[in-house]
Design a protein around this ligand. Structure first.
Ligand SMILES: O=C(O)CCC(=O)N[C@@H](CCC(=O)O)C(=O)O
Ligand SMILES: [Zn+2]
Length: 338
């Protein structure tokens, strides 16, 4: 059995509720469809890199799904020769089929075991994806010498002052990986958010539980399937092809990258919670010190310093969830790099 037309996305969407696992060969290795949206590609040649590319954790974020599906097709058809271990995850096929962010609950809040507190499709899916990643990283002879990578590709609900940016998971020692940041810079990433606390996101899970270099990567704005301009991802595509073919992390100077430290998570603490911003405000919009940015019957959030900015503002979510991140620009010199 093979992947029909080498189109992993089509097979995934046509089998959103499950499929019988199967394996197949392709020009540079062996492939295993382990579950719906779970594809493991093992290269014939020895490698010390295990790379996870996850897309569609939010079902309506279709651009990265199309990009990665194209890369998979190129590998299966022999136009890209695979030299690293690769796990491709299409996160939420049920939501993707309905062109929605999620069905019951935001999948990207359910990792590191948080799924145990919920019911429904996304809870099962988070468990399945955690297992896929854990099995993938441990299923090698040379486990201790493997470099574990995980790029969790998303697109944002809003426009953004910096179109492409990453969330760097909270690192306790405050030391950031220079090689990874240089890879992200080479991939067209314009800004980096340094998380201030542990979370239940997918990238934090891979970092904290499996010691991977893991990032949430935001690649622009949400569009429907077929409406994405994939040329906007050209830099990332080029660095991913280099990584897939040669196991090399493309490198660029960090001098143009904007670094932000995350100050606070804005939490929707009541049904009355509101943000004092226009509906079309872009990510990274800055505010004046003293501005009352959020308020509810229980609390208010006053901007601490002129230039502090908001990312991911969204109040269309249940009480208790994150309604935005407050970030502050810092200089590259303030960053501790390894
Ligand atoms: O545009 C938005 O408001 C959300 C885009 C998105 O899905 N972002 C991720 C970020 C995850 C992280 O903080 O690492 C999310 O909210 O899950
Ligand atoms: Zn997303």
């Amino acid at each position: 059995m093979t992947i029909l037309n080498n189109d992993f996305l089509a097979v995934t969407l046509a089998n959103q509720d499950g499929l019988t696992p199967f394996q197949f060969v392709f020009p540079s290795g062996t492939g295993f469809v382990e579950n719906t949206g779970v594809l493991r590609l093992e290269p014939t040649q020895e490698t010390s890199i295990s790379l996870v590319l996850s897309v569609g954790i939010h079902g309506n974020e279709t651009g990265p799904i199309e990009l990665v599906n194209q890369l998979v097709t190129s590998i299966l058809e022999g136009r890209v020769s695979l030299s690293v271990r690769l796990l491709v995850l299409i996160g939420n096929p049920v939501a993707a089929n309905q062109a929605i962010r999620f069905c019951d609950v935001n999948l990207n809040r359910l990792f590191s075991g948080a799924w145990q507190n919920y019911d429904g499709f996304e809870a099962q899916r988070a468990q399945c994806l955690e297992k896929a990643v854990g099995d993938f990283y441990s299923m090698v002879n040379n486990e201790t010498t493997q470099t574990r990578l995980h790029y969790d590709l998303h697109t944002a609900i809003r426009g953004s002052m910096h179109e492409k940016f990453v969330v760097y998971p909270f690192v306790e020692d405050g030391i950031y990986n220079h090689q990874q940041l240089a890879f992200l810079a080479a991939s067209g990433i314009e800004a980096v958010l340094l998380s201030h606390q542990s979370t239940t996101t997918f990238s934090y899970y891979s970092y904290a539980v499996h010691g991977a270099h893991a990032f949430t990567v935001e690649l622009g704005k949400v569009h429907h399937f077929g409406e994405n301009d994939l040329s906007a991802f050209a830099d990332l595509e080029k660095s991913l092809v280099l990584l897939l073919e040669e196991g090399t992390l493309a490198q660029a100077s960090l001098s143009d990258i904007h670094i932000f430290t995350v100050l606070d998570s804005l939490i929707k603490d009541d049904e009355s919670y509101e943000l004092s911003i226009e509906s079309d405000v872009k990510n990274f919009t800055q505010f004046e010190q003293g501005y009352r940015l959020a308020y509810s019957e229980k609390s208010e959030y006053i901007v601490q310093k002129t230039g502090d900015a908001i990312v991911f503002p969204n109040t269309n979510l249940p009480v208790g969830q994150r309604a935005g991140l407050m970030v502050r620009p810092i200089s590259l010199e303030e960053l501790q790099l390894d």
